[in-house]
Design a protein around this ligand. Sequence first.
Ligand SMILES: Nc1ncnc2c1ncn2[C@@H]1O[C@H](COP(=O)(O)OP(=O)(O)OP(=O)(O)O)[C@@H](O)[C@H]1O
Length: 806
Amino acid sequence: MSSLQSKTLTKRKKPRRVSRVDSEQLDRIDSLPWHSSLPEFTSNDDTFSIVAGTNELDGGFLSLEEIDESAYASEIAKFEGGGGFKNEVKPKKRKASEGDNVGGDVNEGFADVSNEDESGGEDEIEDKEVKITNKKTKKRNRKKKKVEEKKEIEDVVAVTDVPEEKDTFDDGEFYAWNELRLHPLIMKSIYRLKFKEPTPIQKACIPAAAHQGKDVIGAAETGSGKTLAFGLPILQRLLEEREKADNISEENGDAGSKIAARGFMRALIITPTRELALQVHDHLKEVAKDTNIRVVPIVGGMSTQKQERLLKARPEIVVGTPGRLWELMSGGQIHLVEMHSLSFFVLDEADRMIENGHFHELQSIIDMLPGVMESAEGRSSHTQSCVTVSSFQRKKRQTLVFSATIALSADFRKKLKRGSVKSKLNDDLNSIENLSQRAGMRPTAAIFDLTNASIMAGRLEESFIECREEDKDAYLYYILAVHGHGQTIVFCTSISALRHISSILLILGVNVYTLHGDMQQRARLKAIDRFRENKDGILVATDIAARGIDIPGVRTVVHYQLPHSAEVYVHRSGRTARASADGCSIGLISPNDTTKFAAMCKSFSKESFKRFPVELSYMPEVLKRMSIARQIDKVMRKESQEKASKGWLQRNAESVEMVVEEDDSEEERVNICRQKKATSVHLKKLQQELKVLLSRPLQPKTFSHRYLAGAGISSLLQDQFEELARHKQDDTKNSGHGNSKMVVIGQSCVEPLEALRSSGHEVIEGVAILMLYSLSSFSFANINLKKKESKHDQKRKEKKRLKGLE
Ligand SMILES: Nc1ncnc2c1ncn2[C@@H]1O[C@H](COP(=O)(O)OP(=O)(O)OP(=O)(O)O)[C@@H](O)[C@H]1O
């Protein structure tokens, strides 16, 4: 029986008197928000709780308070239009007795001024002077706040801000854009972004959506520029309308406003994840920089009030996730429910939308779209607040549906023509086809499927390492330590696996950022930002990072665990090899994964997969380190769990005014104490042992101590060299010997893609019959050895034979 279990709970004889102050403080503490850095106590296999005590792991190494919210556009000022500077208008004198609170403290201030006129005496004058000064300060502060608020709005939405500087581009270089006939303000952004030519999906979609007013379904590989394929047509149409309206207004006065609906939402873009919504927002905001079209993100995990204030600015383009959008819509947020002028309804990463967790809100939003439910037998209750419009508006609205992985049936267009969904109110919508139809997609929709036979990005090199489940950690460490160059994303399917490897890697001195759904939104964004900024950063993430995240420096994607579906595998791998860059993916395939992996390869029509080259001479050292790291992890986890449950018992006992009595005998207590001491000594010993190992660069077993063979110097090896050099310097100083310098001559690190290109073995359709080589038996080495022996034998035999002939 553990010491913890042997404790008993007894009712307090004399409940501790809790003073009022104490209880207030306790209340306050209880009401503090949950902090992701606090250890979690529930899961037994959760290594995170041990290491996370340092707040180092959970997505961003920092407390949430450190994060500057405004950086993510969540902080937005109240938009008061022209009313914002009311205070500057010379106020009428008001008597205090008039007493209504219109104008708030502004008028209170003025009431003081009026009193000043009526009173006399020096004290009163002094009093009044103080009040006037206070009033001025207040006024100044209010003014300052207004300016700050205005700036905040400008930061979030794109505003009229045509830069003065002369453009220095040579538009001849951008001639490929000419045929798309985009507005000069859009072209200005294209020049600024240095996008020399439209990508194929942009070339295909822009004419159809921007000039022919068609609905579009677009499918193209990851990183192929789909955001602008739907973003540019939206901007084009809004700019054209605006120009037309301005021209007509000039001629006929007010008539122009009928053409360009101002102050209404014109485009609603829905994405499955918050990170993607923010990224799409940033991308469109960048392109709309020289226009006066405003774009705002509406995502969960951020203050609803602040987002409501953002919407008060009446942005034309709203990018959001279904959950938060629906929360605000069902709450009657006026800008969102006034959809009669909506010209574009966009579903980005549409296939993800139909998965669980998003579907119901999305369905509700679609039901709010003007015209969607009109032909059905009635509207659901929540759509009552929606402005009723004719189906004319539905016809005017364009529906754009995009993803890298969209499967459409051959007769989809026919189905659209039949409009089978129209009359079936409770139809099952969980397919892209039904969703598109329901959203009002017309039979004339243009369908561009640019995914080739293999839907993977063209410049992506795919590979795998076969290993036992328990050796995945070691291989991952090998990849990061030996080839750790460029940004890497390691994907896990479960959060517990993510916590496990993050913890192990951290013990091994590999700093990683983490990203998963249990993290607070701001911490998630911070983790992505930090990862983005670190050119050799490592992000360990679940599938919330699988879609859309666009970080050009990502060179390698590691599938630590295989995803549940082939689509997710495509999106995960698509975090690298984006735009015109290349990259590589490495799957760690254990015997449990082989069937799934084979099925995936088949579904991609992949002819060949490369085996990622592993220099097995590194593995003894890797395994040695890994073994110690695991032991440390185990001890720390146990300690942390004990502390956690002890704390839990104590807290619960206190909450019901009980005391936890220690009923261990003296002998038991001594034993526990001894045990703890022994554990602590053991832990220190392990940590010391690992420290010594880590202070030396990871070397292959055949390391000659004269040359460092193999993969070159990764950033991790570089750190270890520096550490070693420092040790050497200290040793030299202590021993009093002269200056001895350690010189490291190394090639730059060979990143996984290079290693793969130079020596990856192709495995042709052989995934299903993969042989499993376990680390413990070093079968690869053995096989090579046997091969060499047999060649040697053959030579000897040949020599003997020749001698015999002589
Ligand atoms: N015409 C272009 N020329 C060069 N780069 C471009 C062009 N259009 C977009 N890009 C860049 O390509 C990158 C990928 O674009 P985007 O995120 O839109 O891809 P995507 O197809 O939506 O990818 P995913 O399917 O993974 O979401 C971005 O960094 C974007 O700025």
